[in-house]
Structures are given as C-alpha cells and as structure tokens.
Design a binder for this molecule. Structure first.
Ligand code: EPZ
Length: 421
C-alpha cells in the first residue's frame, strides 16, 4: 500500500515514460515480422511483463535491457496463447490480427471483462470475418482461420459501429499482410493508432490515414525487421499535470508530445491553470484558483476516458458545480465511493457524476478499483489534509512506472509500505 501525506507543494521536472497503450500493441504487432524487432522507450510495467510472458508462451524469444525489448518471433505457434495470462491482459487479444495475418490460423482466449466494463470484442471479430476469416468461439477460446482455398486474409471495406481503439489496431495489423486493400471507416484516431501505423510502415507496410477516421491499408507479401521507439505516454503526462494543479504547484512534465494533450490542457485551463510549452518537449503547469467545469469523455480527439478519474479528483476540490459524463465505458465511476470517503461531494446518476467542490479533502484509507482510479486516489491523497493510505496497488503497477519515486522526486511525501500479510 501507499502512504501519502497531503498538502505538500511539488516542484521540479518529471520525465514521462513510453506509452503503455502503444507499447502493448506494438509488441503484438511484432508478431507480423519474421525477423528481429527492437522496441525502445518501453515502460517497465506489470502489463508489459505480462505481454512478454504471453509472447514467450507463443514461442517468441524476447530479451529486455532496461526500456528496450529485442523480440524474435521466427518460431511461433499461433494456437497456444495461455488462457490465464490473456484473460488478465486485454491488449494481448489484439495479437489475433497479427497472428491470423501471418499464419492464417489462430486460437486465442477471449479477454475477460474487468472492473470498468464487459469489454466485448465483436467489432474485432466482425472485421476479421469481413476479411475472409472463419471465426468461432468455443469454451472461451476464439478460433479463427482463413477459409477455403485462400491462404491469406482478403482486403475488405470495414465500417466500425464504434471507433474502438483495439478493433482498429487488430484490423490494421490483420490488413498489413492481407491480399488487396482494406479500408477501415469510423476508425479510432488515438495517437497510439498512429504509432502502430508508423511502426508497421517502418516494417514495410503500406498504411495511409492513421489518425483520421478512415485508414487505408494495402497488403504486402511480408514485413522486415525494425528498430522503433514507443511514443510518450499522454495519460501519464496528464496525470502528473493534474498532480501539479491539485497541489497548486508549478511542475514540468518532459519528453511529452504536446499535441497529444490538447483536450487535457484545454480542461486544465478551463479549471483555472495555465500550461506552457518549454524547451525539449516539456510542458509547465502553472497552478491557479480551481473552479468547476464540465467534462464528457469521448473517443480521440475528445477528452480521454483514461483521464476521467484523475480529473474527478481535481474537480472535487474545484469551487462550484462540475458535471462529468463517462460515455466510453459503462462502469468507470467506481472511484466515486472512495473519493467520497475522503470528503468529496459527488452524486452519481447513470453515467453522470455531479461534483460540488469542497475546500479540502481529508486523508483516509481507500481502495483502488482499477488502474486510473488508483491514480485518482493518489492525486486526492496529495491534496488531502493528513494521511491517505491507498490499497490495491496491483492496479496502479499495471500502468505507472515508478509513480511514487517520480512523485517523491517532485517533493511529495509518499512511500510504499509492504502490507503485513
Ligand atoms: C483501449 O482499450 C485502451 N487500452 C484503454 O486504456 C482505453 O481506455 C480505451 O482504449 C479507450 O481509449 C489499451 O489500449 C490496451 P475500445 P480498448 O475498444 O481498445 C466498446 C487504460 O486505462 N467495444 O476503444 O479495449 C468497449 O466495451 C485502458 O490504459 C465494443 O463494444 O477500448 C468500450 O465501451 C483502460 N466492442 C468502448 O467500445 C468491441 O469489439 C471503447 O473500447 C470493442 C470495444
């Protein structure tokens, strides 16, 4: 558990790590390449280590040196993804597109639901079926293979009912080696999609339009090795900017991509802070009097759902009435109860949270329910009077590399205490 003493001003600069939600999908994408593949700026996270285990179970040879992964996937058996591991890491399901594209057959467990929602995969499955795959689910395992006399997936025109990040990524990977052209309409536009497309193009794929709602992929015969740096994590950067705002501290986040943070910066400025660009890809948060604003989570370039919990902590101590609407996941307001234990004044009705700002939160023992909720509770602890104990760190460790060390580097009074069993 984490012990945090609040109301301690922060100062200085923090280096932002590589993006979890890009690194995981690029690791899946490395299955497309029969030669060596190197990924750098990979964050050291539980989810990354889980993905290494899953790829290794499929036959990959992976060596990790600091934040660099060397991956060799020459010998792969596409039908032995381990059930227990895949069910814990949704991103591993995205490998279905790469495995099907390269081997024409794949068996992969259905990813489980999780705290924030049921997390279905029908958009992935429908897209693969449109590309000529026969897909069926039997006792929790997705079986897929190209059918008939075709040895490869066929290019297709696919319309996504929802701009799903994972489905867009699965289908881009599947289409890189398909026969002919694939057009994905209503595609997700997140920066992680652009990173995947750039990664695949660096391996020789032909992809246009990534980052817009129409992605066009012309299939090629095969791909070649690549050495590729993962983009910076916009959600970690946003989390630290909120840490500055909630503690009324001037801090800088470095090695970031400012244009990936436009919706987050817009909302920090609406609340009363300023965010200014500094040299070598740093952004400085200049705190201000915090006042209420409304937030609705949407697919990119809308406000990111992965920043919703963190902003709820901030709006809990921003003067006035704020309304947060979570439109992306059906059950992503579970941090409300824990913030209420710290004195936040929040009412939930459906997917709306109505927040009345309070002058100060008070430290309390709280339990994290999911990855971003755990970050929100840490942020609330930094602002609260007295001591906060955050339990459920297995959620936090999935998505933040050395969070408490980075916060201590900014002057926060925070330490990890190993729970006595
Ligand atoms: C990715 O999840 C991220 N994970 C999530 O980050 C992020 O919250 C999400 O995109 C939205 O930005 C990774 O990249 C590993 P979706 P993904 O498919 O791909 C529904 C974090 O905290 N849907 O865009 O699973 C789905 O149920 C994590 O880092 C279907 O209905 O997100 C959800 O309601 C959490 N059918 C909505 O779409 C499908 O086939 C958005 O899901 C697929 C999705």
């Amino acid at each position: 558990m984490l012990e945090i003493w609040g109301r301690n001003p922060l100062q200085g600069k923090v280096e932002i790590s590589g993006a979890k939600n890009s690194a995981l999908v690029l690791m899946a994408g490395s299955l497309l390449c029969p030669e060596d593949c190197r990924l750098s700026n990979v964050p050291d996270l539980v989810d990354i280590r889980r993905m290494i285990q899953i790829l290794t179970a499929l036959g990959a040879k992976i060596s990790k040196t600091g934040n660099t992964l060397d991956i060799n996937v020459r010998e792969i058996n596409p039908t032995q993804a381990p059930y227990d591991l895949v069910s814990q890491l949704r991103a591993s399901f995205f490998a279905i597109g790469a495995l099907l594209a390269r081997f024409g057959v794949v068996r992969i467990p259905l990813p489980g639901g999780c705290a924030i929602g049921a997390r279905p995969v029908e958009l992935h499955v429908k897209g693969l079926q449109a590309m000529g795959a026969k897909v069926f689910i039997d006792s929790g395992i997705v079986h897929a293979h190209v059918q008939g006399n075709k040895s490869r997936l066929q290019g297709a025109k696919i319309y996504l009912d929802y701009p799903s990040v994972g489905a867009t990524e699965t289908l881009i990977m599947a289409a890189t080696l398909a026969e002919g052209e694939t057009i994905i309409e209503n595609a997700a536009q997140e920066p992680e999609i652009v990173d995947l497309a750039n990664f695949c193009c660096a391996m020789g794929a032909k992809i246009r339009g990534a980052g817009t709602n129409q992605v066009i992929i012309s299939g090629v015969e095969s791909l070649h090795s690549v050495d590729y740096p993962v983009i910076s994590d916009r959600i970690e950067a946003g989390t630290f900017l909120v840490a500055g705002a909630i503690t009324h501290s001037e801090i800088s986040v470095c090695s970031v991509v400012p244009e990936h943070l436009v919706p987050v910066i817009a909302k920090l400025e609406a609340i009363g802070c300023q965010v200014v660009a500094e040299s070598n890809n740093c952004l400085k948060l200049i705190p201000g009097e915090l006042k209420a604003t409304d937030i609705e989570t949407l697919p990119y370039p809308g406000f990111p759902t992965d920043m919703q919990a963190q902003f709820m902590a901030l709006l809990s101590v921003s003067e006035g009435h704020s309304l947060i609407t979570e439109t992306v996941f059906e059950n992503r307001l579970r941090h409300v109860a824990e913030l209420q234990r710290m004195g936040a004044n929040i009412r939930v009705k459906g997917n709306h949270a109505m927040i009345q700002g309070v002058p100060a939160l008070s430290g309390a023992p709280v339990m994290a329910t999911d990855l971003r909720a755990s970050a929100a509770l840490v942020l609330a602890g930094l602002a609260a009077q007295g001591k906060t104990i955050v339990r459920g760190l297995h959620h936090l460790d999935r998505g933040y590399e050395n969070l408490e060390a980075k916060l201590r580097g900014l002057g926060a009074k925070i330490q990890r205490i190993n729970q006595k069993i």
